[in-house]
Design a protein around this ligand. Sequence first.
Ligand code: NAD
Length: 474
Amino acid sequence: MSTTTLAEKFSLIIGGEARSANASFDVINPSTGETVGEAPEASIADLDLAVEAANAAFKSWSRLPDDELQKACEAVAAQIDAHSEELAQLVTLEQGKPLNGLGSRWELGAASAWAHYTASLSLPVKVIQDNEEGRVEMHREPLGVVGSITPWNFPVMIAVWHIMPALRTGNTVVIKPSPNTPLSTIRLVEIMNSVLPAGVVNCITASDGASNIGSAMSSHPDIRKVVFTGSCSTGQKIMRSASETMKRLTLEMGGNDAGIVLGDVDAQAIAEPLFWGAFINNGQTCAALKRLYVHEDVYDDVCKALVDFARAIPVGDGMDETSILGPIQNQAQFDIIDRLVKAGAEQGRVLLGGQAQDGLFYNPTIIADLDNHNPLVREEQFGPALPIVKFSSHAEAIALANDSENGLGGSVWTNDKDAAKEIAASMECGSVWVNKHGMIQPNAPFGGVKKSGLGVEFAEEGLAEYTDIKVIFY
Ligand code: NAD
């Protein structure tokens, strides 16, 4: 299979072959407004071909012995490592995040860690009973074709989160990346295909136009599961259209994570981890800290320490090796952030930023003295704008934090272990971190409660979501 160079026409990857579509759309570098490359505009017929190829490949892939599946997944992980810098550059060009800091090279490092760890996992047969009355075994069976639908914030890392557990459990994949960041996924799938049988992983790309490919995937009769990462509203649509075919679903959706800072903290010491909890990937992160609740005893100190740290962060073109934060990825997201910042500035005190910059740049913004009803607190900003709310008792902080439709992550910041335990137990979310935020890892299940999602990813629990249970009674 041929390799693709930058700023050219990219192809669909179907059945192990690069395949052109009848039309294409431009992918724009958010730092410069320049065209990075042309992505193929897949039709429903292209989707059908990709599903057919994945279904055909499933017949032999799903029957491979477990150790061969494991070896094949290791080979895929090694290919990701071998192409890490090339993929990082492509992520920066189309997504905007810097090469450095917690940017695209970091994303590729995480993709590698998840790929290797997922390859190492297994779901052995569980013997439920073995006595004179008989033997009962629980087997995990692959499902068939998995449809993966990904967002634009971590295009390669999230693609790896979806593809690797599907492959490890004997499924085949059709992935559809976000139209904002399709090129790095095409290239990732091309790289994977260099060590996989034809049709095991296929990639189709399309804009969210009239023939919505994501929507067609979620009702496709030959796709057995959809794994989706993206907004709550799209996840709800997928759930509705998947019901007809009773698809298995994993939905990782939006979050509006609260961080609760208790009165005993050292403001200077927590400023850096607090900042990165909120501003990683310019805040365009599902489990970023999106609402900060600070005890009145340390409120002024925490506000000041956070602003001092944030002020020194260089924002610029992602390809510039000195940039630590880049632009907002797209205009629609930029407009959401700008609207919410304006709503925050009307009520609160702007401590830093608060103004749109040239192009899609928006400097880190911190707004204090808000209440829980302000739109910047209530809605997911998904950008570099942090609202701060003051509280005076633990019970008040917990009530404010839990007053949300979302429940992805949350954090508590304190040196008091008992208080941390008590607050962690009371927070309504899938993950709670103590003195850090958003630190996911491949061996810990990750998912949301309430409207933030359905099911989990990572670890054995995430792997199991790519299987059906079959119990055999001897
Ligand atoms: P989005 O929901 O707009 O798009 C996500 C994907 O869904 C894209 O590939 C898009 O083309 C596709 N899509 C659009 N309409 C569809 C439909 N009707 N049916 C099926 N697929 C469809 O989300 P986005 O703007 O790309 O990403 C931002 C959102 O994603 C934020 O809300 C963020 O919190 C969330 N997110 C969540 C996680 C998580 O793990 N929980 C991770 C990253 C992003």
